[in-house]
Design a protein around this ligand. Structure first.
Ligand SMILES: N[C@@H]1[C@@H](O)[C@H](O)[C@@H](COP(=O)(O)O)O[C@@H]1O
Length: 337
């Protein structure tokens, strides 16, 4: 886990935008080998999109070969609604860069068959070889995408009822009228996020500081679904100073010192080159275990346990099927005389 602390939301956003640009450029995507980017909505990522658009206009990045998957979408409001996540994404990002409309994926909250929509979304992610980098934000209750407290850590894209706290939080976008806030949404699951090769989260503001504490200083807990990142091999959380208010001083100092020492040694903490540039597995998003046992190092920080824990739920070892019950009576065990 990397925790990057910056003075304010603008500096945190700039750090993430530059990180994403660096990742895409290093990956050097092509039509046959596109970079697959997971994207969030909400007020937190707005500053990131702003920098990405500026840097695109300055010629620092192209989205020509970038495929996108959004995290979530409300159910029951038209796509053209000013607060739909479709509208949000076009307003803040897609309309300003050269991403191909055919490469954009956003869940359709008005699909006739919502279940089929979710299954198809997971299949589409798999078909492009999995998500390279999932960018996300969190709610004040620590939810990632719309994976509200109590969501299964093995969850996948599905219909979700929104928590009352989230409905209240989101009412600011609906004239502060709870009645107008959609109560249901489609969302990628916790497991969908964990299967991305890399996850980057932005958290800003004192109102999210308790969630940050729960997610990084305490154990994995389905009541704070961001804490699932502790099971991911390459998570990075970027925060502003306000978001650290509930953290212990030693936690803040620890993560700051890690970053300072790394840069004093002349390098950033980077991903193993295979994760940065592929080659990607055809259908699985998790890298195969190395054949020879490798000691984890700064360039290969992937211990065996994290690989196993982040493996798709379907790949956990299956228990053998319980045999049919055979009727048995104590009497039948007593030898006849
Ligand atoms: N489903 C979205 C989340 O993906 C987002 O992280 C959260 C935070 O939004 P904000 O950044 O506005 O606090 O809002 C909604 O709940």
């Amino acid at each position: 886990m990397r925790l990057i602390i910056r003075d304010d939301p603008a500096a945190a956003s700039k750090f993430i935008a530059n990180y994403i640009i660096d990742r895409i450029n290093t990956f050097n995507p092509s039509k046959e080998h596109p970079f697959v980017l997971g994207l969030p909505t909400g007020s937190s990522p707005v500053g990131i999109y702003k920098v990405l658009v500026e840097r695109y206009k300055a010629g620092a990045i192209s989205f020509e070969h970038v495929v996108t998957f959004n995290m979530d979408e409300y159910i029951g409001i038209p796509r053209e609604h000013p607060e739909s996540y479709h509208t949000f994404m076009y307003k803040h990002f897609f309309s300003h860069v050269n991403v191909h409309p055919s490469n954009i994926h956003i869940l359709n909250g008005n699909a006739q068959d919502l279940e089929a929509e979710c299954v198809g979304y997971e299949a589409a992610i798999k078909a492009v070889g999995g998500i390279d980098l999932f960018l996300g934000g969190i709610g004040p209750d620590g939810h990632i995408a719309f994976n509200e407290p109590g969501s299964s850590m093995a969850s996948r894209t599905r219909v979700k009822t929104l928590a009352y706290d989230t409905i209240i939080a989101n009412s600011r976008f609906f004239d502060n009228d709870l009645e107008k806030v959609p109560k249901m949404a489609l969302t990628v699951g916790v497991q969908t996020v964990l299967e991305a090769r890399e996850v980057v989260i932005i958290i800003t503001g004192a109102h999210k500081s308790l969630a940050l504490k729960k997610c990084i200083e305490e154990g994995v807990n389905h009541m704070w679904t961001l804490s699932s990142l502790q099971l991911h091999p390459h998570p990075m959380i970027v925060v502003d100073e306000d978001a650290t208010l509930e953290l212990q001083v030693k936690t803040v100092r620890y993560f700051k010192s890690i970053e300072a020492v790394a840069s004093s040694q002349g390098f950033e903490q980077i991903l193993p080159s295979k994760v940065r540039t592929g080659p990607r597995p055809a259908t699985k998003s998790i890298e195969p275990l190395p054949e020879t046992k490798q000691e984890p190092s700064i360039l290969s920080p992937q211990p065996l346990t994290s690989t196993l824990l982040a493996a798709p739920a379907t790949e956990y070892p299956l228990r053998s099927i319980t045999p049919e019950l055979i009727p048995d009576r104590m009497g039948s065990r007593i030898a006849a005389h």
